[in-house]
Design a protein around this ligand. Structure first.
Ligand SMILES: NC(=O)c1ccc[n+]([C@@H]2O[C@H](COP(=O)([O-])OP(=O)(O)OC[C@H]3O[C@@H](n4cnc5c(N)ncnc54)[C@H](O)[C@@H]3O)[C@@H](O)[C@H]2O)c1
Length: 315
């Protein structure tokens, strides 16, 4: 068992809270830093130190890092909405680039050994017309969100060269699982689960004339994302890793799989594709399999998510 210290920014959010839980279970001493803008205190286990800080506030980030003195920072806090980034690119850059730099500078000033960064394979590679994007695929960031994430990846390399601060970039596919917030505009599994459990129809955005079944996405279970973060924190992963499954699933198929897992009959409606949505995004998972083993299957992950969602709706 290790006795190292991990600070999780965004630790009150969906993915961050799973990283925190997994790290705790593996013997890490953990703390969470979050401004609760989309996260919730309810996601934090009792007794875990919590710094209510906006990462745009440099001195407050410095103070929290100096107080906790982590050996590793898992940086999950972000402006995570693609469409908001299109409407407000300055806000996106303030949180994802300037806020990220505040975290990085506090890490460097306080002797942190390694940063683990929640990047995005789903947005950074742009449209993946066929096959799967691997870690060598040239990035094609066509939203401000993807650009801010890619910029921060570059800053990590700069800080490694200048200050010897190690890092691991994890490029997540579409993450789903318990505790995902259904009230955002992304997170189709959480949104569909809530609608299915309250008897509402599910909307598939598809080009009817071509007979398609909606966007094609690579869905990865949050438990796999959490264990990738903890392995990265331990220093056993390469500097760049896709966190996906290499399996594509259409929105319509996802709706049926989730309805099966919840044991309800879905009503589907069709609307035109949303402008700006990628048609297809799939991540190569060969490196993930090599270093972390098999990711959870979508059917099993949806079962676990459905069980949680059912429990939530019964409360
Ligand atoms: N969910 C996905 O499919 C997905 C895919 C690729 C990458 N990511 C990345 O994973 C990370 C976690 O995303 P998530 O899905 O758990 O979203 P989330 O909204 O649940 O988590 C983000 C957390 O960061 C916090 N936060 C936001 N702005 C902050 C600020 N200025 N200061 C401090 N805390 C702030 C929020 O309160 C929240 O707790 C993000 O960096 C996101 O970009 C997510």
């Amino acid at each position: 068992m290790t006795h190292e210290r991990m600070l999780i920014t965004g630790g009150a959010g969906f993915i961050g809270s799973h990283v925190l839980e997994t790290a705790l279970a593996e013997g890490w001493t953990v703390a969470s830093l979050d401004d609760l803008s989309t996260g919730s205190r309810a996601n934090l286990p009792a007794g875990v130190p919590f710094y209510e800080v906006d990462i745009r506030d440099g001195p407050a980030v410095q103070a929290a890092v100096a107080d906790f003195r982590p050996t590793v920072i898992s940086h999950q806090a972000a402006q995570a909405s693609v469409s908001l980034s299109v409407r407000e690119p300055v806000l996106d850059a303030e949180v994802n680039i300037i806020g990220g730099l505040n975290v990085l500078m506090a890490a460097q000033a306080n002797g942190v050994e390694r940063m683990v960064f929640a990047s995005t394979g789903g947005a950074i590679y742009g449209e993946v017309p066929e096959g799967a994007a691997d870690e060598h695929t040239v990035e094609w960031p066509y939203s401000p969100y993807a650009t801010s994430k890619l910029s921060f990846e570059k800053y990590l390399e700069t800080f490694r060269q200048q200050h010897g601060l190690e890092f691991v970039v994890l490029r997540y596919a579409n993450v789903y699982g318990p505790r995902q917030n259904p009230h955002g505009e992304a997170g189709v599994v959480a949104i569909f689960a809530e609608r299915l459990l309250s008897g509402q129809a599910l909307q598939i955005n598809a080009r009817l004339e071509t007979g398609d079944e909606g966007c094609l996405r690579d869905y990865v279970y949050v438990g796999d994302v959490a264990r990738a973060n903890v392995a990265a924190a331990r220093g056993t992963l390469p500097r760049l890793l896709n966190v996906g499954t290499a399996t594509e699933t259409s929105t319509e198929r996802l709706a049926h799989l989730l309805a099966d897992a919840l044991d309800v009959n879905p009503t589907l409606t069709v609307a035109p594709p949303r402008s700006g949505d990628l048609r297809r995004s799939v991540l190569d998972a060969a490196l993930f399999r090599q270093v972390l083993g098999e990711p959870l299957s979508l059917a099993e992950g949806l079962q676990r998510t459905a069980q949680w969602a059912r429990h939530q709706s019964a409360r």
